[in-house]
Design a protein around this ligand. Structure first.
Ligand SMILES: Nc1ncnc2c1ncn2[C@@H]1O[C@H](COP(=O)(O)OP(=O)(O)OP(=O)(O)O)[C@@H](O)[C@H]1O
Length: 623
């Protein structure tokens, strides 16, 4: 790292931090005014000391009590007034700082919301959360106090130097000689601390990511079934150890530095006494009052330097954090509304989806995931996508709601290229049932309402009825107010799926994308889910990544995907007749049509009966 590098970085980041305060110009101006007042008032008392000594206390003929009382009264009032203004200033500073922090957190969160799925698949969740929480938290003290501390101390420093010169320019030179040494030290220590701070923060993020991954339900489950707890614990310990070491280093760099500062602070007044003595022997008239006033002022000279150094160390450490925050803010969202984007026409009967010669390449992947896919789904049609694992079915489903942009060809809805349509309008028109039924740690009501915020209780219940989950919900003591954790409190896999279906029913999209879960449900749950799905599909245009026989057989068109291409297309009957890939998949997966759906406890047969396998302990119930 060259020395010019960090300096330029600091300036660039500085240029980006200042605009954060722009909306609060007026408040900032008030704070600046208050700081100027409080920081200058402080020199009044030391200057009065000279007068107290020379004009009131030690005067020929005894102390001048009248003058002394006046001076002492002023000396008593000054700190009271100053304290009051100080409180006001602290309040204003903290308030502005917190408003800026609020804006920064909001900006980062809303920016992250605009980023595409690709960003999140490529970044650890814990890492993102760490930047939002730890890094923004880390710059908080700087934003709330650094600027005001710097300004206050510069004013204190400058006003003190002026007052000192008024008292004695010779002594001022002695007092100021050490200042450049301090500044040199600051730069040195600040730079080191900044580097350690960045490593500390990276290590914190790594720890968050690790605990987030391994202490989630799925993570714990995985570790337990593979017996990897000890390995995970060792990984955590290693990072934790690094973190502890870095924290000690960070703390010690500051400490050693401040000890040196303390030594300087103690030595310099002694030097002043010495020089004052030398000046007196040469006949330069320096009064006792001047020396006392001067040494009192001196603490005001070094105190701000100490403070400035401390803030500058903190500031430099925080610049590393700002760096990390701006790094995220600088990620340009790759999927944004076109400037002339339009809303899809709100016609209930629409919903024609046309996928035309679509190519798609995942960033960094060796080859295209989709290689010229074309198919259509007319309003109300059920189009099934089937094919072996890794064929590209999920990728196709992501392109329709524009979670990714095609790299060639186009996806059109009712004639409009999805890239020309507002994303909010696309989201309103399309419903997505993913394999994993993700529920928030909130009430059942809130989870279903997520499909249409503000929907009435009656609408929610109607959706739940259509998803065949209402009766089950009513069995809970808290009914719709039951909290479903990430663990899915009292909810089986099938129930969670039906809740997710109710959520989409409430959303009421004209196009439905259905990624049928392959997760193992027992036969009873499976039939309930099937009924819920039937009512969800209804008369919507449905594109289903189908794993159920009924979905496939009922499809108006089945597209068989293999290696990123549509290799066969037609109805169930015509494809069976052709005897191609579809026909062999059909034999393999559905036993030539006898099996509708395979479950751990048995198979749901195409005629609706259940063929049970021998009972297996522990599999029935929650899926
Ligand atoms: N985020 C990603 N980055 C890079 N490559 C990916 C990504 N997601 C999927 N792929 C690759 O793209 C190809 C198509 O994957 P896709 O998930 O669409 O298949 P699929 O037919 O849905 O499979 P399955 O039925 O197993 O879910 C695969 O080779 C896969 O490895």
């Amino acid at each position: 790292m060259t020395t010019a590098g960090p300096a330029r970085l600091n300036r660039d980041i500085g240029r980006r931090i200042v605009p954060l305060f722009r909306p609060y110009r007026v408040q900032v101006a008030v704070v600046v005014g208050l700081i100027m007042v409080t920081s200058t008032i402080g020199i009044i008392n030391p200057l009065l000391i000279e007068a107290v000594f020379n004009k009131a206390l030690f005067v020929p003929g005894g102390p001048n009590i009248r003058l002394l009382v006046i001076l002492v009264t002023i000396m008593a009032i000054v700190p009271i007034v100053n304290g009051a203004i100080g409180i006001l200033q602290t309040y204003q500073t903290t308030r502005v700082g917190q408003l800026v922090m609020r804006d920064l957190r909001d900006r980062l969160y809303s920016h992250l919301q605009t980023l595409s799925l690709a960003f999140f698949t490529g970044t650890k969740t814990g890492e993102i959360q760490s930047r939002l929480a730890n890094d923004v938290g880390g710059v908080q003290s700087v934003v709330t106090t650094a600027a005001s501390t710097i300004l206050a101390n510069i004013v204190i420093f400058a006003s003190t130097v002026v007052a000192m010169i008024i008292l004695s320019w010779q002594l001022t030179i002695v007092a100021l000689v050490t200042v450049p040494v301090f500044f040199w030290l600051t730069r040195l220590v600040g730079e080191r601390r900044r580097r350690v701070a960045r490593s500390t923060q990276e290590s914190l993020a790594a720890m968050s990511a690790l605990s987030e991954e391994t202490l989630s339900v799925s993570g714990v489950l995985l570790a337990k079934v593979f017996g990897n707890q000890a390995r995970d614990t060792a990984r955590y310990h290693e990072e934790n150890q690094r973190q502890a070491g870095l924290q000690v280093r960070q703390q010690m760099i500051g400490q050693g530095f401040f000890t040196i500062v303390q030594v300087f602070l103690s030595i310099t007044p002694a030097a002043v006494y010495l020089v004052a003595g030398l000046l007196l022997t040469r006949g330069t008239g320096i009064s006792a009052g001047t020396v006392v006033a001067f040494t009192t002022l001196q603490t005001r000279l070094y105190f701000p330097i100490g403070q400035l150094l401390q803030v500058s160390v903190e500031l430099r450490s925080s610049l590393a954090l700002f760096d990390r925050i701006f790094e995220y803010l600088d990620v340009v969202p790759d999927i944004v509304d076109a400037p002339d984007a339009v809303d899809l026409p709100a016609i209930g009967s629409g919903g024609r989806v046309a996928v035309r010669e679509v190519f798609f390449h995942y960033p960094g992947a060796p080859q295209d995931a989709l290689k010229g896919i074309s198919f259509e789904a007319d309003p109300g049609q059920l189009v099934a996508l089937v094919g072996p694992s890794g064929a590209g079915k999920t990728t196709i489903s992501y392109l329709i709601p524009r979670l990714y942009d095609v790299t060639g060809g186009s996806v059109r809805i009712d004639g409009a290229d999805v890239r020309d349509v507002r994303q909010s309008s696309l989201a309103a028109a399309i419903g997505f049932v993913t394999q994993e039924s993700y529920l928030f740690h909130d009430s059942i009501l809130a989870n279903i309402q997520y499909g249409r915020p503000g929907a009435s209780r009656a609408d929610v219940e109607q959706a739940a009825r259509e998803a065949y989950i209402h009766d089950r919900i009513m069995e809970f003591p808290d009914g719709y107010d039951t909290i479903v954790g990430e663990r899915g409190y009292r909810l089986s896999g099938g129930e969670k799926q039906r809740l997710a279906i109710a959520r989409v029913l409430l959303h009421d999209p004209r196009i439905l994308i259905l990624d049928e879960a392959t997760s193992a449900l027992d036969t009873a749950s499976e039939r309930e889910v099937q009924k819920a799905l039937d009512s969800l599909m209804g008369s919507r245009t449905t594109i289903a990544i189908a794993h159920r026989l009924s979905t496939i057989v009922n499809a108006d068109v089945i597209n068989v995907i293999d290696g990123g291409r549509v290799v066969e297309s037609g109805t169930h009957r015509s494809l069976l007749r052709d005897g191609g890939l579809y026909s062999s998949l059909y034999q393999e997966q559905f036993d030539g049509g006898k099996v509708q759906w395979r479950c751990p406890d048995g198979d749901v047969m195409a005629d609706g009966t259940v063929r049970h396998r021998q009972p297996q302990a522990g599999i029935t119930g929650a899926g």
